[in-house]
Structure formats: C-alpha cells, structure tokens
Design a protein around this ligand. Sequence first.
Ligand SMILES: *Cc1c(COP(=O)(O)O)cnc(C)c1O
Length: 228
Amino acid sequence: MNNIAEQLNLAYQNLNKKCGLLGIKSDTVQLIAVSKTKPASAIITAYHAGQYQFGENYPQELAEKSAQLTAYNDIVWHFIGPLQSNKTKLVAENAHWVHSIDRLKIAERLSAQRPENLAPLKVLLQINISNESSKAGIAADEMLNLATSVAALPNLELKGLMAIPAPGDSEHAFAAMQQLSLQLQQLQPQANELSMGMSDDWPLALKYGATMIRLGTVIFGARDYKQE
Ligand SMILES: *Cc1c(COP(=O)(O)O)cnc(C)c1O
C-alpha cells in the first residue's frame, strides 16, 4: 500500500477507536481529507483507497482540481477556506459544502450564483470562537441572526457550524461550540453538523460533538506552501 492509503487507513482506524471509546457511532462522523496544496494525483490515490470527501481552501485551486477530476463524479468537495466576494462564483459552481460562511453578503452571492442544475449548496457558519482579532468568523452572539438570514436563502441549505480554535484554546472552544450548536438546533433542527477538529486536536473535538473532522497533515503529509 502506498503512503497516502496507509495514512488514510490509519486515520480511520484511529477515528473508529476513538468513537468506540466515546460511545459514538463512527458512521455519524465524516472525515474530510484536506487536500489543499496537494496535487490532483494525491486526491486520486486517496479516492482509490475509499475517500470521497475532500476539503480545499482556495477557490481557484478548488475549481482547477474539480475540473481535472470530473471523471470522479462522486467526490464531495468541501470549501473550508476564507472566501472573498470576488471569488464566490468559483465556489458556488464547484463546491458541495462551504464551511466558512462569515457574512450575509457572501451567502447571498453563493445563493445567487449557484447553478440551477445543482442541488442547494450546503453551508456552515464559521464562528470566531476564540475571539481572535485576526481570525475569520462571526462572534458567537451574532450566530442566530446570521443563521436566520442564511436559512432563508433559496439555493443554500444551512447545515450547521464550523470553528478553528486558537492554539491552546481547543477544549474551551469545542465545549463552547457544542453549546452554540444546540442553541442553533432549537431554531433550525436540520443544522446539526459541527465541523471542528484538525490533525492535532480532532480527538478532543469528537468528545464535544464534532460531526465533521478536517484532516490534512495526517493523511497527505506536511504542506509545502513555497511550491504553490
Ligand atoms: C488546512 C486546514 C485543515 C487541515 O489542517 P491539518 O492540521 O493539516 O490537519 C483543516 N481545516 C482548515 C480550515 C484548514 O485550513
């Protein structure tokens, strides 16, 4: 077996083990393989090892890979990076999920630009849960307002919340996200997905109710941004 297939296998084994310890059904947690900066060939390798959910951070890179990989038409693309309004069209046309909705204007553009022949775009609201001044995401107390507006847009489906905690703040942040998710589900019961946990902190995220974990490094190895 090659390296990517092996690491993917190991990631699923670890995920299943951790779910077992926590008493969670492992099929209720999605592992998203974060393939940003990695070539399409790495995605194909993971695909042949049984992986269908992939995460990308850059609109142009998502569009290019999606075009290169049209033959693999059961790949599910998750856009998880920061999104500027001049790039929403690339994402509306190529993603199945967007995890990083942080303002109404972006959501409105995605809804307007979603091609009619595609299913509604599934979206998550990104919460700046550690209150970092430099980070993307809305404040926790803005969540319900934005959720109400986004849920009303015709070509989007509000599915839940996402967060990237500050280093060292994971446990506190994940616990706060779990509470926020329950709050959201009282108004929008279908919005029960919680995207949190990366290579370093996913076991802790599971403990606090993560339903989608986003793993890059442990599957594809370290990223080299200089080559991009
Ligand atoms: C890059 C990235 C990941 C994956 O990070 P790893 O530490 O490599 O697992 C997950 N989520 C987001 C939003 C990212 O940008």
